[in-house]
Design a protein around this ligand. Structure first.
Ligand code: FAD
Length: 419
């Protein structure tokens, strides 16, 4: 059980599909992408059916660190190099808009998900990394027209009661939230607006007859004019085209026992999102009930106890003050990564829509991507983004994906140790 499940404010359940139904759009996957698509379709008077294999938010959406950080997995310099300056500017704004979209939806519908602007700190154990941070700062300030700050020495101690990290940059515009409450709360809004939601209803077979998609589950079937895949890291063999393009990377999280309020405020005084900027990122933050959650990558899934020990070791390396602290929760989930480390909105060869590949950065963007998918379907004007223009490239040797993911993980682990 995750911490988010344990203290969830929304506990509505939805039935299993056991009949044949017709609808405008069938959505496979009940995470942020699927539920946001459904919400934005219903808002436009288009009927949708969501099929979720498990329960709403069961995937990465209900298991993540709840950090709505600005930017992308790619650095500002990488974005500019890959897409050109004008697109990079639009992308930066899109990431800010994603945070704002989550905040505005939560506020409009009073979704109890504790969304708040907190800022984030990218951290490094190397003082020399400050030079790279300064380069990003220069690009962000010059081209994206907003302020970020490079921190060294005592300035880091003002953010973090630890001498583990030697350089950092602070972006004040990031947010944090309770991810499961957000996705479940939004599902309730979509449902009240007419969406039909089915849990324990895995899409087992999909075919297209003429212009109709027919999706079969164990006990029912849905006929629809349009289909959206919102399965990200859990994209299985049912969609070969997506399966070929996604690396499923495992990420794990521990949560400490509730800590004394004064003590936890001393550890992370300004209550930011925090992460180590190495390849296999470790991320951590406070929770509203005064715990510290700490996450990182591990090889394989489901979670193995040794990852818990590894995370505890990393947590207490950063905060020796937490040695001996009880760990109340340990869970894991799957991140969908692409070869380009960048999300893709696209269509399969039979015309179904998809948005996948957030590469560990989708907690905010998936809401806006769901809106983009809804706009694609109703052919509403939308901003042109490279998300729709970037192809979902096939993972090399994708048949050997398990082996490849393990090898990549070991490689990045070694690089992080050497760097
Ligand atoms: C441990 C962890 C920590 C993370 N931390 C952060 C963070 O702090 N910030 C951030 O920005 N991002 C983070 N992420 C990534 C973020 O959670 C994802 O990018 C985002 O949730 C993707 O949402 P989604 O709806 O596209 O996919 P998911 O939430 O993964 O949903 C996909 C759903 O599809 C369902 N499904 C799959 N196949 C079928 C089928 N055949 N039939 C029916 N249903 C099916 C699955 O059951 C699943 O519920 C983290 C991810 C993990 C795993």
């Amino acid at each position: 059980m995750t911490l988010w499940e344990e203290n969830a404010a929304y506990n509505k359940t939805y039935p299993q599909l056991d009949t044949k139904i017709d609808t405008d759009v069938v959505i496979i996957g009940g995470g942020f992408t699927g539920i946001s698509s459904s919400y934005h379709l219903q808002e436009r008077g288009v009927n949708s059916v969501v099929l979720e294999e498990h329960t709403i938010g069961w995937g990465a959406s209900g298991r993540n660190g709840g950090m709505l950080n600005t930017g992308y997995k790619l650095s500002p310099a990488e974005l500019i190099k890959k897409f050109g300056l004008e697109e990079a500017k639009k992308l930066d704004q899109y990431a800010l808009d994603s945070n704002e979209a989550v905040r505005a939806i939560a506020e409009k519908h009073q979704i109890d998900c504790e969304v708040r602007q907190c800022g984030h700190l990218g951290l490094s154990r190397k003082a020399s990394k400050a030079k790279d941070f300064a380069k990003s700062q220069e690009l962000i300030q010059k081209h994206f027209n907003r302020e970020v700050h490079v921190l060294t020495g005592n300035a880091i101690q003002e953010e973090l009661n630890s001498d583990y990290f030697k350089s950092a940059y602070l972006d004040p515009l990031s947010y944090q939230f309770h991810p499961l409450n957000y996705v479940r709360g939004l599902a309730e809004v979509a449902y009240e607006n007419g969406a039909r939601i089915f849990e324990n209803s895995k899409a087992l077979h999909i075919q297209k007859e003429g212009t109709t998609f027919i999706v079969k589950t164990a006990k029912g079937e849905v006929h629809a004019k349009e289909l959206i895949y919102a399965t990200d890291g859990y994209s299985g063999k049912i969609t070969k085209e997506l399966h070929k393009g996604i690396f499923p990377l495992a990420s794990f999280v521990i949560a400490t026992q509730p800590l004394d309020e004064r003590f936890v405020k001393e550890l992370i005084p300004n209550n930011r999102n925090l992460y180590d900027t190495i390849n296999l990122t470790n991320y951590f933050r406070r929770t509203p009930d005064n715990r510290i959650i700490f996450g990182g990558s591990g090889i394989g899934y489901p979670a193995k106890p040794k990852f818990k020990e590894e995370l505890i070791m990393l947590l207490t390396s950063a905060f020796p003050q937490l040695k001996g602290t009880r760990i109340d929760y340990f869970w894991g989930g799957i991140i969908g990564a692409t070869v380009d480390k960048f999300p893709v909105i696209g269509r399969t060869s039979d015309g179904a829509y998809y948005s996948v590949g957030y590469t560990g950065h989708g907690a905010a963007q998936s809401t806006l991507h769901g809106k983009m998918l809804a706009k694609c379907i109703v052919q509403e004007d939308r901003i042109n983004t490279v998300f729709e223009e970037t192809p979902l490239r096939t993972v090399p040797l994708y048949q050997q994906k398990k082996l490849l993911v393990t090898a990549a993980n070991l490689y990045f682990r070694m690089m992080d140790k050497l760097s």
